[in-house]
Design a binder for this molecule. Structure first.
Ligand SMILES: [Zn+2]
Length: 483
């Protein structure tokens, strides 16, 4: 009985300490816009974009800013530190150049730490912890929006060989800080979902393993507990949209080695979120999640969390398409077949890697009943109609052409442009429409009809309802010469 009473008392204590922190999180979420670093609002950010921000914090006596290394192409790497606690916390982002979401969130967090509000909570964090941020570890990759660095290697496979100056910097900092917690901040494909659900894995977490056996020592258990805490928070804002990243051990990766070297390692992967191509909602979730984690680490409330809850977070799976068309009728050689279509809208960078357009492909077709879509259209009773080509001097109303079943247009084309903002494919006079054949890899451009009447167009992988105005739909972009 006494034992029972005691465990009840512990439960009450636990519940009240969790509650105390949960009061912070809604405020973090609601006041986010006050701290958001608005100068970096798109994903294709570059080293030059963050230098004025780093200089701003360098001039601020609350922060310590040091140059800690250089990239291969000579771009400075900076460490921004704040706090007076004994426990070092090390956060680094964008080891992969095309994974900028957490870099943006780091500057939001720094703005928050600098602001006059939330003093009590910040004092609780900064008196216990010393925070060290290394934003954009791979600036050469960020410059051209690619994963790898200028040497063409994946820095996250260089933890042992240490050939890259970026990897050397990360290792040196890990060794000198000997941090209690490390936050390894990445982006993952938007096609990851929470296992066996249609929900995207908007955020995925991993308490990185330190050996092939995936053993759980105290260092790893602490990471698991903090992740359980963060997951609970994100569920309030993106219910069902958290995944657990694979914990397979990778001996060459930084996260795995840093965990082995004694730091509780938390991997955060920013995935996809519906209608958020620049991932700004996901950036906000990073901000809320990381700040809440720092708070629970500082007040040690995470220690009471059972690690069994970690395994309850659904695994990451990769079963999403941008567009899934189900049960469509497709005629081939005089016979009708029922197919599902899975479509990807790939991003193609424009010169300078500041902007992109979409070029889509059929990723898969057949029975796709185990897959999901950001957008799903049940085409039961609809039939695929091949597109037509037309010649016009000027395109006045794209919808008029679409309603006639025209997707390819011979017309004057804008110079030096790879795409057009309306959903048509502009082609040269010599263009000839080949026999339409649905197969993986093709650009999905066709029409749907029901009971003999055209109802929808699919142009460059975007579904368009022909009964609604174009400006009320996400019609993506059209292409020029299929480029
Ligand atoms: Zn990554």
């Amino acid at each position: 009985m006494i034992k029972k009473l005691m465990s009840f008392a512990i439960l009450v204590l636990l519940a009240s300490s969790m509650q105390a922190q949960d009061e912070l999180t809604p405020q973090l979420y609601e006041t986010y816009e006050d701290y958001k670093e608005s100068s970096i609002g798109k994903r294709r950010i570059k080293h030059a974009d963050i230098q004025p921000l780093i200089q701003k914090f360098k001039a601020n006596p609350k922060f310590e800013v040091q140059k800690v290394g250089e990239s291969i192409q000579g771009r400075d790497l900076h460490l921004i530190s704040i706090g007076s606690g004994d426990s070092n916390i090390f956060l680094w982002s964008q080891m992969h150049g095309d994974e900028p979401t957490a870099t943006q969130a780091i500057f939001d967090i720094l703005n928050f730490l600098d602001a006059p509000e939330f003093n009590e909570e910040k004092e609780a964090i900064l008196s216990k912890l010393k925070l060290h941020f290394l934003p954009m570890l791979n600036p050469d990759g960020a410059e051209v929006f690619t994963r790898r660095n200028a040497l063409g290697i994946d820095i996250n496979r260089d933890a042992l060989r240490l050939q890259s100056p970026e990897g050397q910097t990360l290792k040196r900092l890990r060794d000198s800080l000997d941090a209690d917690f490390g936050f390894n901040l990445h982006d993952q494909s938007k096609y990851y979902n929470a296992e066996r659900t249609e929900k995207p894995a908007t955020i995925s977490y991993l308490a990185t393993a330190y050996n092939y056996e995936k053993d759980i020592n105290e260092v790893r258990a602490n990471a698991m507990k903090v992740i359980v805490y963060m997951n609970k928070i994100i569920q309030n804002y993106a219910p069902g949209q958290v995944g657990r990243y694979s914990d397979d051990f990778e001996p060459r990766a930084f996260g795995d080695n840093i965990a082995k070297w004694g730091t509780s390692l938390i991997l955060i992967e920013s995935g996809g979120y519906p209608d958020d191509p620049e991932k700004q909602e996901i950036r906000k979730l990073n901000y809320v999640s990381i700040l809440s984690a720092l708070y629970t680490i500082a007040n040690e409330s995470f220690k009471n969390i059972p690690i069994g809850d970690y395994e309850k977070i659904p695994r990451n799976d990769r079963m999403l398409f941008d567009l899934k068309i189900e049960n469509v009728t497709y005629e081939l050689m005089g016979d009708d077949y029922i197919l599902d279509l899975g479509i990807f809208n790939h991003e193609v960078d424009l010169e300078g890697h500041n902007q992109f357009y979409y070029k889509s492909s059929v990723a898969d077709q057949g029975d796709l009943s185990t897959f999901y879509g950001y957008k799903t259209f049940d085409a039961n009773g609809y039939k695929i109609v091949p597109p037509k080509v037309a010649q016009v001097t000027r395109i006045e109303h794209p919808m008029d052409l679409l309603k006639d079943g025209v997707a390819f247009v011979k017309t004057e084309k804008p110079e030096k442009s790879a795409f057009v903002h309306f959903p048509l494919i502009l082609v040269n006079d010599a263009f000839k429409l080949k026999n339409f054949r649905l197969q993986p890899g093709i650009n999905p451009t066709f029409f749907l009809e029901k009971e003999g009447k055209l109802t929808h167009a699919v142009i460059n992988g975007f579904l368009i309802d022909l009964s609604k105005p174009l400006d009320q739909q996400n019609t993506g972009n059209g292409l020029i010469n299929g480029k």
